[in-house]
Design a protein around this ligand. Structure first.
Ligand code: FMN
Length: 339
């Protein structure tokens, strides 16, 4: 017979603290939480007021972000000694309800994630936009990152030198297009926060990195029309290590799986002492996203370019505390997708 946890305040707080530590596009933190008092399910909803209409009109990046938070919730449930039961998009009448998590049975010995050490990595993981050392990452670690993506229902492709150059070229092209579009630049700029800003959302200028003096690494320039905020250029690693995260389908539930896979990969890397940063720019232009697909795979829907390696710790980026309401959420229009 199944035992079901009654979620007391301390458990909910610890679950939500883990969830909100997830990475999200432009640190929009596009999630909301509700505890269903009847079923004791923790509901994860999209936050329609924190979307990016220009950069992310289909909400795919928002779903990736929420998927990453769901993965953290799963790890936090294991940490509390419970097995999480996750349902993605459980109610077709509530498109904004992206997932539910219930703590069902006490943990068994067979749970792969339970003592993986990844829970501890949640607090240590940060995006690092600084140059890495270029020291090659040992193959067994890369293989573990690929297995993590696979276990979460996605795939991780680690390209050779020519493939890496091709992906970086496409990213540079996307970055140039973003610059040429004032509406995109303005949207990105709006999520940049000045030192001392009160808001827990957005990216503080202290978390930005420099441009690459070698012009090989197309890091996202968040400063837009404010070159005064741009740091002096530095030389980035010559031996760039990136991986392409993709799924075999491109529906809304695949996006949520891709987000979980993203976080599984990032935490696996963090647990091994690696630093990571994300290059999402080519995924924001349909033709460039299509150009990043892997020719050998008929069904390849790319989601993210993950840069990894050894380097300095990333800067701290704030979070809004995870609140949980018992109220039914207001109707949301963010359930649109390509499914
Ligand atoms: C879907 C998605 C897209 C992102 N795209 C980029 C990007 O293109 N460039 C970048 O520097 N960071 C990118 N990030 C990282 C976020 O900016 C970062 O997670 C957020 O600011 C919170 O900071 P933290 O990761 O250090 O906790 C992305 C994150 C997600 C989830």
């Amino acid at each position: 017979m199944r035992t079901q946890a009654r979620l007391d305040t301390a458990t909910v707080e610890s679950l939500l603290a883990a969830a909100v530590a997830a990475p999200s596009i432009h640190n929009t933190q596009p999630w909301r939480f509700r505890l269903d008092p009847g079923s004791q399910a923790l509901e994860v909803h999209s936050a329609p007021e924190r979307t990016l209409p220009r950069t992310d009109p289909t909400h795919r990046a928002q779903y990736l972000s929420v998927g990453a938070a769901v993965f953290n919730l799963r790890l936090a449930a294991f940490h509390q000694g419970w097995r999480p039961e996750v349902r993605l998009l459980p109610d077709p009448h509530q498109p904004g309800l992206l997932a539910t998590v219930r703590l069902t049975d006490p943990l068994g010995a067979d749970d792969q994630l339970a003592d993986s050490g990844l829970y501890e990595a949640i607090a240590r993981r940060r995006t690092c936009r600084m140059p890495f050392t270029g020291r090659p990452v040992p193959e067994p670690i890369v293989a573990q990152m690929a297995s993590a993506a696979h276990a979460a229902g996605a795939r991780l492709h680690v390209p050779d030198i020519a493939g890496t150059r091709r992906l970086l070229r496409l990213t540079a092209r996307a970055e140039a297009r973003n610059h040429a579009h004032p509406d995109r630049t303005a949207e990105t700029r709006a999520w940049l926060t000045a030192p001392g800003a009160e808001t827990p959302y957005g990216i503080p200028v202290t978390a930005l990195g420099p441009p690459d003096a070698g012009r090989r690494m197309p890091m996202r320039d968040f400063t837009g029309a404010l070159p005064a905020l741009r740091l002096p250029a530095l030389w980035f690693e010559r031996h760039v290590q990136v991986a392409l995260l993709w799924t075999p389908h491109d529906r809304r539930d695949d996006w949520l799986r891709a987000g979980q896979a993203l976080q599984y990969v990032l935490l696996t890397a963090t647990a091994h002492g690696l630093r990571t940063s994300l290059l999402h720019q080519p995924m924001e232009w349909p033709d460039l996203r299509a150009a990043t697909t892997l020719p050998r795979h008929k069904r390849c829907h790319p989601h993210m370019l993950i840069r990894f390696g050894y380097g300095p710790d990333g800067a701290h980026t704030p979070r809004a505390p995870g609140h949980c309401t018992a109220q039914p959420p207001a109707p949301s229009a963010t359930g649109s997708g390509t499914s």
